[in-house]
Design a binder for this molecule. Sequence first.
Ligand code: SF4
Length: 403
Amino acid sequence: MQRLTSEPGMAGASADWRSRLAKSVLEHDWSAEMEPVVNVLAREGRLGLAEGRLLYAHNDLAEVGLLAKLSREARFGSRAFFNHNVHINPTNVCALACRFCAFRRGKKASDAYALDAEAYVKELNRFADHVTEVHTVGGLHPDWGIGHYEAMFRAAKEAHPHVTIKALTAVEIKHLASQSGLSITATLSRLFAAGLDQLPGGGAEILDDGVREVICKGKESSQEYLDIHEAVHALGHVSNCTMLFGTVETIDHRLQHMLRLRDLQDRTGGFQCFVPYPFLPDHSRLPEAQLATGTEVLRTMAVSRLVLDSIPHLKAYRMNIGDSLTELSLAFGADDVDGTVQQESIMHLAGSSTPLDSDRRRLARIIEDAGCEAWERNSNYSEFTLLELPEPPARRALQMAQG
Ligand code: SF4
């Protein structure tokens, strides 16, 4: 079995990826319109707002994708990554009512639910012998303070110490701090002491307060999102960051979002992965949304890889974009696929039809069909194991219609 470990801080990437990318872009012919972008990369420079606009406007999508693919290959060669995880959402009761959200319920709704520590661990018990990570996010329960989550994390860690707990979005941290009368740093410190390992990136939506006022009024501000993640990194823990696109934002909003995250990453280095995903409209309340098309998803993947250059990993979030776009995303700069998942509610209530029963082999097949090697990773991207699939059985040839 082939295994790899990564240098601390490199998350599996080549240290000299900028020079490798500079070399590889010079080995291709590019259209005249792409030259301003290619010239920056060939000088090992960084793309800014102007180049980002050009990439979004360029009419040859394949060329944008190729540039992003070269950037992925400069970092990771032909490797792509996945982990074996389960999503457990402890409650759908939420004090807020973001307009894009199909998951939240009022406390008195017939299908409202809330797990205590015992129920949470019972749920985890079902998967713990074959997952390495539990992903836990949920609503802002009006009756829960920090003690509820401390009890949950302590019980989960005690029962399953090998499972990484990746939990709580920035707005949940803000809610718990306010419920418990604590500072953000004190809240995080207590949760980490109880067993929380790292934070997911959910809740970033678009880091523009005008857009947030329309789609998620009452949520943390753009600056608060960044401050909470900075506090996570200052305490020596890592997190992810996300972007929800295809609501009411402009292309510039998306690019500014990437650049704000890049600025923070340049200071802290604490983001492991960026996860851009499109808004899914079922059961939500945002009729004016400009839904992203398939090619727009792929282009946004590619632009993210190229503009947001300091965050090592770019995730194709299968639960949201489905298996087919996930496979294509690997040719547009993504290097990471989430995940084997097992169960998920938030995206499925919003309209996702992605299968939940993917095992390692099925996921590895998606990755291999995209021309990559499938490496199972741990939650810190420091240890990797190559999954080698047996040759698939020969497929029956389809009978062609006879004229
Ligand atoms: S997105 Fe989160 S904070 Fe907003 S309504 Fe849904 S569960 Fe609540």
